[in-house]
Ligand binder design. Structure first.
Ligand code: ARG
Length: 459
């Protein structure tokens, strides 16, 4: 039997090591359904072009259905010689229906076939990722809504900066995820272009109606240059970058939570379902879920970086280096699919400790508000900043908190200080001042929740 698709010109046997290196079936079999889908549409295109009779096409379609059932029932028997999914399915089709199967590849190459399969596969998987990202966003938004009013320190440089609401922190991560979703939609639109009908590199000499073929496969457009079509993996590179950035966002969320979960912060308590223990230290409850989310971001970016290196020196059109695209794509997908779900459940099940969040606030975090108090009394901001700095220094020198300074002491720094300065020392009052769109006041938080809920409703 002709065990290889390309055996005609060969008289020597392929070295087994090369066979091993060359084979992609172990992982590209995940695209069996997309490969069959592509062949179903291509058989029809060949029939429309007069290369298959209606009867021949019917025999092929029935055969492809049988092959599909074998995969579905996990009955498909791989052969040693099945180099990749395209080879395996064509081999099996011929075993089942004979001669018509050998006409299916007319004008087609595995080069345009594999690019098409991957786009079909990724297209449906991106929808899965989109759902998970939206679900995680929804969990953040729901928590933000239910937990309005909890105050905590906001940080810059990981130093106490200004009081914020816990909900504002939650929503800050929700907005990243919304943008990830927006970018996902743009990526989906850009990759919605069918390569099939490009042959190996020169195009098709048969009158394939590529417009109808694209329609049958659900692509909005088809490629206009066959050399570009078979070598173009920009959609993979973009997916890998998109996934890297999304994973970085999850990693940053995870990092915040790891800190907040530590005894030193104590802002949250993770559910035991998302922690593991130590084989040595009996007291330990480690935030492994979050650490793995953080760790996978490194792995996902590694896939992105590695694949860019594969692409960088390639000559035009198809080269076998491109086969590396699949493990990068699958591994990235699997990792992201998993961490998104773990992130969902970790965030959903954690408990926020309102008291610890509040006790972590300290009056020095109100120094900015003290400057704003002076601004409201007509002092120019730069001057107000300086004077508030003097108040901070005075309190430090007296070894007391700013709110414990007397009005007299404050007046030695500025005559503008009056009785109403007392209001400044109220954290709640502090956050509620930040009412301009985007701030941490309750009204702004409710506005954000409204916008995100609306987006989730129509997404
Ligand atoms: N398994 C190959 C890949 O994943 C399919 C394309 C092979 N094309 C070729 N001319 N050898 O890229």
């Amino acid at each position: 039997a002709r065990t290889k698709l390309w055996g005609g010109r060969f008289s020597e046997k392929t070295d087994t090591l090369l066979e091993k290196l060359n084979a992609s079936i172990a992982y590209d079999k995940r695209m069996w359904s997309e490969d069959i889908q592509g062949s179903q549409a291509y058989a029809h295109a060949l029939q429309r072009a007069g290369l298959l009779t209606e009867e021949e096409e019917q025999v092929i379609q029935n055969g492809l259905k049988l092959v599909s059932q074998e995969w579905e029932l996990d009955n498909f028997k791989l052969h040693q010689s099945d180099e990749d999914i395209h080879t395996a399915i064509e081999r099996r089709l011929e075993e089942l229906i004979g001669l018509p199967a050998t006409k299916l590849h007319s004008g087609r190459s595995r080069n345009d076939q594999v690019a098409t399969d991957m786009k079909l596969w990724l297209r449906s998987k991106l929808n899965v990722l989109k759902k998970y990202i939206q679900h995680l966003t929804q969990i953040l938004v729901e928590r933000a809504k239910a937990e309005v009013g909890i105050l905590m320190p906001g940080y810059t440089h990981l130093q106490r900066a200004q009081p914020v609401q816990w909900s504002h922190w939650l929503l800050s991560h929700a907005w990243y995820l919304k943008e990830d979703c927006d970018r996902l939609l743009q990526l989906q639109e850009r990759m919605n272009v069918m390569p099939l009908g490009s042959g190996a590199l020169a195009g098709s000499p048969f009158s394939i109606n590529r417009s109808l073929l694209a329609k049958d496969l659900g692509f909005a457009k088809f490629t206009y240059n066959s050399m570009n079509a078979v070598g173009n993996r920009d959609f993979i590179a973009e997916f890998l970058f998109w996934a890297s950035l999304t994973a970085v966002h999850l990693s940053q969320l995870a990092e915040d939570l790891i800190l907040y979960n530590s005894k030193e912060f104590g802002f949250i308590r993770l559910s035991e379902s998302y922690c593991t223990g130590s084989s040595l230290m009996p007291q330990k409850k480690n935030p492994d879920s979050l650490e793995l989310i953080r760790g996978k971001a490194g792995r996902i970016y590694g896939n992105n970086c590695g694949f860019m290196m594969v692409l960088k020196g390639l000559p035009s059109t198809y080269n076998k280096d491109l086969q590396e695209d699949k493990e990068a794509m699958f591994d990235t997908y699997d990792s992201l699919e998993c961490v998104l779900q773990v992130a969902m459940w970790t965030v959903k099940t954690l408990m926020v400790n309102e008291v610890s969040c509040a006790t972590a606030l300290s009056p020095d975090m109100l120094a900015t508000d003290l400057a704003y108090y002076l601004v409201r009394k007509g002092v120019a901001f730069r001057e107000a900043h300086y004077l508030a700095g003097e108040v901070v220094a005075l309190a430090e020198k007296q070894n007391m908190d700013m709110p414990s300074l007397t009005l007299q002491q404050l007046k030695t720094i500025s005559e503008k200080f009056e009785d109403d300065v007392l209001k400044v020392w109220d954290y709640k009052h502090s956050v509620e001042q930040y009412q301009t769109v985007g701030g941490t006041s309750t009204s702004s938080i409710l506005h954000q929740i409204h916008l995100l809920e609306e987006w989730l409703h129509f997404a």
